[in-house]
Design a protein around this ligand. Structure first.
Ligand code: ADP
Ligand code: GLC
Length: 480
């Protein structure tokens, strides 16, 4: 099949979270199975500076209609592996920036223009580049206008640019909602600015376009597929999602074992496997050292790696201040994001000097070291479409402590409720329930036989992309 992926993040060229990992691994995995895969990404500065892009060629020049003006752009392309081509949609004014969506505190003011332009540029590339795509697979709100634009362009020009379109919801909490006046920049006919189009409470909602107009809609776990049809998790789009219930399926993400595998991980000071865990001890020692924590410490180390957003339940961790101050444990947090949460974690680290370490940065190597060196990984999300770190944790022999929502509930088994199959600990998304799970973690850690059995079960699980990519492949074939 000729498969085109369109997303605002793609590992290793631009990443702020799991979207990059998921799209990067899916595209690579499909390419390795012999499909012809193209991946479109905005030409951010980091992507253009990546060594893979060194020999990128300019293959197309674009003139894109945006409201009452035409804006120029160009497409650069390179191939990082057989059967995979990456296409960067370049326009300096929009994408020559360090971060993709905003400057920490606030979103960029021109995000509507930037991603409308991006989607239109992809459609134009498919048209003049004559791709002959079987599947165009769009991810999250930044690419959600594409199914709408594709159908409209096909109608206007009497051509077929994609046999089928797919839209994947990685996170329904981010929808791309913009003022009504933005609609004219899409140049879509007015009937699409209505309730059965992308109109949304007197504004426009780009994600709504993807949900309504793609041939198939997917999300990243079976449980989240059910959750987003309810007001509690649907973030106002639950009614819209319900209209597509028959075409909606939840497919779990996988782990890219070329990047996340303790037996081969070059970012670790030592490697290890389920059969030989000695390297994990070295990683633990290195983690303590890197955090300036005393290396002779023998008790449990709790790790957190997350975007600091309300979604991730960081508030529940901070609210358990007494637990971290009152027990002989260590807590290592790596995360950047909302100022309020950074301040809260910083305050906890100051108060618990020598026991709690906080690094408010994006740090790929450190994220691997935490997964390898910690004994527990805490992820008590309020909601979690899939979540990757709880899977990485199991693969790295680090027991996840997660809330019973979305993909977390689909990928972790609680060791107290199911002693024969448990691989972690589960709680409800609130501080009290997390406290209970942390206490249970202490008891489990004090019982090495039980702890190690859970660890081995986690490491034996197969979260590889082979499973996930196979499910997408079947879905593509079925829809074609
Ligand atoms: P989300 O996409 O909602 O952020 P996921 O669990 O799906 O959550 O994916 C998060 C990804 O981002 C993981 O690969 C995680 O290791 C990475 N990550 C999050 N914060 C950081 C950070 N501060 N430094 C490095 N990697 C990070
Ligand atoms: C989103 C979700 C996360 C998911 C990731 C990749 O960022 O928040 O749960 O794992 O997308 O699908």
């Amino acid at each position: 099949m000729k498969i085109v992926h369109v997303a605002s993040e793609l590992f290793p060229y631009m990443k702020t979270g799991g979207l990059a990992d998921a799209v990067g691994a899916l595209a690579a995995s499909l390419a390795d199975s012999g499909h012809q895969v193209a991946a479109f990404l905005p030409g951010y500065r980091a992507a253009l500076e990546h060594r893979d892009a060194a020999g990128a060629e300019r293959i197309l020049r674009l003139k894109i209609e945006m409201g009452n003006e035409y804006l120029s752009g160009e497409v650069r392309s390179f191939s990082p592996r057989p059967n995979l081509r990456v296409y960067l949609i370049c326009r300096e004014e929009y994408f020559d920036r360090r971060m993709p969506y905003g400057n920490g505190e606030r979103d960029f003011e021109d995000n509507a223009d930037r991603f409308i332009f991006f989607c239109k540029a992809v459609v134009e590339s498919l048209r003049i580049g004559d791709f002959g795509a079987d599947i165009v697979h769009c991810h999250d709100w930044q690419a959600a206008l594409l199914p709408v634009l594709l159908r409209e362009t096909e109608r206007r020009h009497g051509v077929t640019l994609a046999l089928k379109t797919m839209f994947t919801i990685h996170n329904i909490a981010y929808q791309g909602v913009f003022p009504a006046k933005t609609f004219f920049r899409t140049n879509l006919p007015d009937e699409l600015n209505q309730i059965d189009g992308i109109e949304y409470y007197s504004q426009i909602n780009l994600m709504k376009g993807g949900i309504l107009f793609a041939d198939r809609v997917t999300t990243v776990s079976p449980r989240y597929a059910r959750e987003i049809q309810t007001p509690e998790f649907g973030c106002g789009l639950d009614g819209v999602v319900q209209t597509r219930a028959d075409d909606l399926v939840g497919l779990l993400n996988g782990v890219d074992t070329a990047v996340w595998n303790p037996a081969t991980d070059a970012l670790l000071p030592a490697r290890y496997s389920a059969q030989n865990m000695a390297g994990k001890k070295l990683c633990r020692a290195e983690l303590l050292k890197r955090c300036g924590l005393a290396s002779e410490f023998k008790g449990p180390i709790f790790g957190v790696v997350a975007r600091l957003a309300a979604q991730k339940g960081i508030d529940f961790v901070v609210a358990n201040r007494d637990f971290f101050l009152g027990h002989d444990v260590r807590l290592v947090v790596l995360g950047a994001g909302e100022r309020r949460l950074e301040d809260d974690v910083q305050a906890l680290a100051r108060e618990a000097g020598g026991r709690v370490y906080f690094s408010p940065r994006l740090d790929e190597a450190m994220s691997h070291l935490i997964e390898a060196g910690a004994d527990y990984f805490i992820m008590p999300s309020v909601f979690e479409p899939c979540g990757l770190n709880q899977m990485y944790s199991q693969v790295y022999g680090t027991l996840p402590i997660v809330s019973r929502v979305g993909g977390l509930a689909d990928t972790v088994v609680d060791v107290d409720s199911d002693p024969a199959n448990g691989t972690g600990l589960m709680c409800e998304p609130n501080a009290e329930s997390l406290r209970d799970a942390l206490q249970r973690a202490l008891r489990l850690f004090a019982d090495p036989r039980r702890y190690e059995a859970a660890q081995q079960r986690g490491m034996a699980r197969d979260f590889s992309w082979k499973v996930a990519a196979g499910a997408y492949e079947r879905l593509y074939l079925e829809s074609l």
